[in-house]
Design a protein around this ligand. Structure first.
Ligand SMILES: *[C@@H]1O[C@H](CO)[C@@H](O)[C@H](O)[C@H]1NC(C)=O
Ligand SMILES: *[C@@H]1O[C@H](CO)[C@@H](O)[C@H](O)[C@H]1NC(C)=O
Ligand SMILES: *[C@@H]1O[C@H](CO)[C@@H](O)[C@H](O)[C@H]1NC(C)=O
Ligand SMILES: *[C@@H]1O[C@H](CO)[C@@H](O)[C@H](O)[C@H]1NC(C)=O
Ligand SMILES: *[C@@H]1O[C@H](CO)[C@@H](O)[C@H](O)[C@H]1NC(C)=O
Ligand SMILES: *[C@@H]1O[C@H](CO)[C@@H](O)[C@H](O)[C@H]1NC(C)=O
Ligand SMILES: *[C@@H]1O[C@H](CO)[C@@H](O)[C@H](O)[C@H]1NC(C)=O
Ligand SMILES: *[C@@H]1O[C@H](CO)[C@@H](O)[C@H](O)[C@H]1NC(C)=O
Ligand SMILES: *[C@@H]1O[C@H](CO)[C@@H](O)[C@H](O)[C@H]1NC(C)=O
Ligand SMILES: CC(=O)N[C@H]1CO[C@H](CO)[C@@H](O)[C@@H]1O
Length: 703
């Protein structure tokens, strides 16, 4: 029995040895990074501050030592992926990037202080499949060398400061599916292959043209589009395009979203009846004329906005009742007259009907079959003479101010006729979460079909939560808000069983850059921008180092060990001055060259305080005096604060500011407001206090 057992163990032992050998071998194989790539990464890093902690260890082997955001090919030890999403990096991108010739993925998105001109050396990365530099601050022109990236599928350069023309060479990106240059300062005409040798008309595999929010101009030629294209989303809104809308747009069979609003388009709207998959049609705020477009047969439409054009005045279009999926109908000021059909209000998906400033006359009878989801009917400033309202409609969302019927004394003071509820109800956070260090990123939906996101929030929450939780455990909150342009939702994630997320969690779990979360079609395209994340608290780190150094000095004593202690102190001083905004301040640097000695206050970044006060909006100002202004604000973790913001260039110097912080952070007294922290950045001097009720606060802060 015993012998048999031993015999059985021998092969097992051998197997174990074999496995160990294999493991060791694969480690060796993966260990030494190709010297060209190791050198390139180290040179790149010299131009960057705030790289992940794993990069700061002195190492010549980014692959083997698993630097965060680096992936390598095990066989040849070349770097294949460089992903530094949301690392708060500052600096520029040097030419050395061109040495990483095996890169497939380059994602430096959401580093808003990473910028400067974009190096043409990126054009050497001919294996690149995904290029994402979203939400950085790159400027200057888009290098034409990017046209050499023949394998590229994802091209995301949106939300930067690029100027100049779109290079025609981008027409050579024959595999590109996603082309995003939105939200820059680009000018000039769209390049096309007939006039420029190469151009966007050649991108037959592209599904996304996102060029909105630039200053692009001029007419768009007919041959820019044709039926060989596979475009789903054409976003050209908020530019300065002129001329007629090319009728060739109407033959792209795959089209789902067409946004041409806020341009200078003129002439007739071409036939689009073959676009049966179109969900969103936005043509508002142009100078379009001719007959009102006939949208019959466009059965996929959910969101239509034709407002503020110069169409020939017409009766109520028959297609109002023929679009079964209609959710949002917006036609302000387009000269429609007549009577609204009851059938419109019964459409199953309908949420918002916005038809103000038209010529609707006659009576309004919405019928008794009103769709439950309908929550806003805005008919202000029409010529409606009487109204029949059924109890199933919540009258507060029917707006009739400015119609003849409101001169009737019985109606004039009702909610129907008073404009007091023009603001759509403010949206509340959905399952808000609180923690000291939440990770926050904003997801921008550029073209939802619906008018009101609230009913989709539970679903959005569950799906996003599932996407992120499979990567790192967290509690997720959603904070939706609509600015005047697109739908924005803040995703706020709290770590579970740890105080903060670490670098690799942010890189790998929240990087939605490459569209890992797939929303339903009616959400339209999105992009994300992360907010700066405090991977470590600089102020508390400096204090900790100070305390440790102090203790060491005490315990270790003087004489013999003095030498050692001296060296430590020198090191600590260096560290403190690196992280210390006070080092370079005030007239007497030796006096204030150290961080304030704080009991419990933390250093805020200017960005955090801007965020908490909505960029110091006047509406958040609660007091003013010779010293400056006091604002109220709300931190991301929900804490209410009051911020005393000194006037720029006020008399108080760096030294006095520091003394005040030190003093306040130590005093805790019933009649004094507690200091939460301070901000000393870019010439700003701010103190952050707990928020207490109004009167007491201004009394307490400055009388
Ligand atoms: C569409 O345009 C591209 C480039 O201009 C061209 O190669 C293609 O043949 C055109 N397709 C049709 C159907 O005209
Ligand atoms: C439209 O063009 C006119 C002049 O042609 C210009 O003044 C105006 O700013 C343009 N509108 C937009 C939205 O660019
Ligand atoms: C739009 O283009 C017109 C000329 O076509 C120009 O006069 C106008 O200033 C431009 N507007 C903007 C906002 O760039
Ligand atoms: C729409 O499609 C039909 C059939 O495919 C075609 O005959 C017609 O010309 C198309 N209309 C337009 C405006 O392209
Ligand atoms: C709109 O188009 C449909 C079909 O394409 C047609 O039957 C209808 O008469 C048109 N309506 C108007 C007002 O031209
Ligand atoms: C139409 O123009 C008015 C006045 O300029 C503006 O207030 C309104 O927002 C515009 N409507 C849309 C849907 O853009
Ligand atoms: C509504 O306006 C249209 C067009 O101006 C007109 O033909 C019609 O008689 C008006 N109806 C009523 C009831 O005033
Ligand atoms: C959530 O996921 C379900 C199942 O995959 C899907 O049907 C639904 O459209 C998704 N909704 C959102 C808002 O992501
Ligand atoms: C980051 O946190 C995760 C989860 O706690 C952990 O598995 C991982 O090792 C951490 N990474 C680093 C670099 O600390
Ligand atoms: C570019 C990049 O590194 N993307 C990563 C984002 O996160 C997913 C996991 O959700 C990774 O699989 C990707 O590699």
């Amino acid at each position: 029995m015993a012998k048999g057992e031993r015999e059985g163990r021998l092969p097992l032992l051998l197997l174990l040895l074999l496995v160990l050998c294999l493991l060791a071998q694969s480690r060796i194989a993966a260990a030494a990074t190709h010297p060209q790539d190791a050198a390139a990464l180290k040179s790149l890093m010299r131009k960057w501050s705030n790289v992940p902690a794993s990069w700061r260890k002195k190492s010549n082997d980014p692959c083997g030592d698993k630097w965060d955001g680096i992936e390598c090919n095990g066989a040849n030890s070349r770097v294949t992926s460089l992903n530094l999403f949301g690392m708060n990096m500052k600096g520029t991108l040097s030419d050395d990037i061109g040495s990483l010739t095996e890169l497939r993925v380059l994602d430096l998105s959401s580093n808003k202080d990473l910028g400067g001109p974009l190096t043409p050396a990126i054009g050497k990365l001919i294996q690149l499949i995904n290029l994402a530099l979203i939400g950085c601050s790159f400027s200057g022109s888009v290098p034409s060398e990017l046209g050499n990236l023949a394998q590229l599928e994802f091209f995301g350069l949106n939300s930067n400061q690029f100027t100049g023309r779109i290079p025609p060479s981008l027409g050579k990106l024959s595999k590109v599916k996603w082309l995003d240059l939105a939200d820059n300062k680009l000018t000039g005409l769209l390049p096309n292959s007939r006039d420029n040798g190469a151009g966007l008309d050649q991108l037959l595999n592209a599904e996304h043209f996102h060029l909105n929010q630039n200053s692009l101009e001029g007419p768009i030629p007919e041959y820019m589009f044709n039926s060989s294209m596979h475009l789903k989303h054409i976003l050209l809104d908020r530019n300065n395009f002129s001329g007629t809308i090319p009728s060739s747009i109407g033959v792209i069979p795959t089209l789902e979203v067409l946004r041409l609003n806020n341009n200078n388009f003129t002439g007739r709207v071409p036939a689009m009846n073959n676009l049966t998959k179109l969900h969103v049609l936005m043509l508002s705020n142009n100078k379009l004329s001719g007959p009102m477009p006939n949208l019959t047969d466009m059965e996929g439409l959910g969101n239509v906005d034709l407002s503020n054009n110069s169409f020939t005045p017409s009766g109520v279009p028959s297609w109002f009742t023929e679009l079964p999926g209609l959710m949002t109908l917006t036609m302000q000021s387009v000269g429609i007259s007549g009577k609204l059909p009851q059938k419109l209000f019964g459409l199953r998906a309908l949420q918002h009907v916005i038809l103000n400033d038209n010529e609707l006359n006659d009576t309004l009878d919405m019928g008794n079959n009103i769709n439950d989801g309908l929550d806003l009917v805005d008919l202000r400033n029409n010529k409606i003479t009487s109204v029949t309202v059924y109890s199933s409609l919540d009258s507060k969302l029917l707006k009739l101010e400015g119609n003849p019927l409101c001169t009737d004394s019985l109606l004039s003071n009702t909610l129907l006729c008073t404009d007091q509820l023009t603001e759509f109800p403010t949206m509340l956070p959905f399952s808000d979460v609180q923690c000291p260090h939440p990770f926050v990123e904003t997801i921008f939906f550029r073209s939802p079909s619906f008018g009101d996101v609230r009913k989709f929030l539970p679903e959005l929450h569950d799906n996003l939560s599932r996407t992120v939780s499979s990567c790192t455990p967290n509690k997720l909150g959603l904070i939706p808000y609509i600015d005047d342009v697109y739908l924005k939702v803040d995703i706020k994630a709290c770590p579970v069983k740890q105080k903060r997320f670490n670098y690799s969690q942010v890189l790998n779990c929240f990087n939605l850059t490459l569209q890992t979360y797939k929303p339903p079609e009616n959400f339209g395209p999105y992009y994300v921008k992360s907010h700066p994340y405090p991977f470590h608290d600089k102020a508390s780190r400096a204090i900790l180092i100070g305390v440790v150094t102090g203790s060491v000095l005490l315990v270790v004593g003087l004489a013999l060990i003095g030498l050692y202690a001296l060296r430590q102190k020198k090191r600590a001083k260096k560290l403190v001055s690196q992280n210390n905004p006070f080092a370079s301040w005030g007239s007497t640097p030796e006096d204030i060259g150290e961080a304030p000695k704080l009991k419990s206050a933390r250093a805020f970044t200017l960005e955090e305080l801007k965020l908490s006060t909505n960029d110091f909006k006047q509406i958040n100002a609660i007091g003013e005096g010779g010293y400056g202004t006091v604002y109220r604000g709300k931190l991301l973790d929900g804490q209410l604060i009051a911020i005393k913001r000194s006037k720029q260039g006020s008399m108080q110097g760096g030294l006095e500011f520091k003394t005040e912080i030190e003093l306040l952070s130590r005093v805790h007294h019933n009649n004094l407001v507690g200091l939460v922290g301070f901000c000393f950045e870019k010439g700003e001097k701010m103190l952050v206090y707990e928020f207490i009720s109004n009167g007491t606060l201004s009394e307490a802060l400055y009388v």
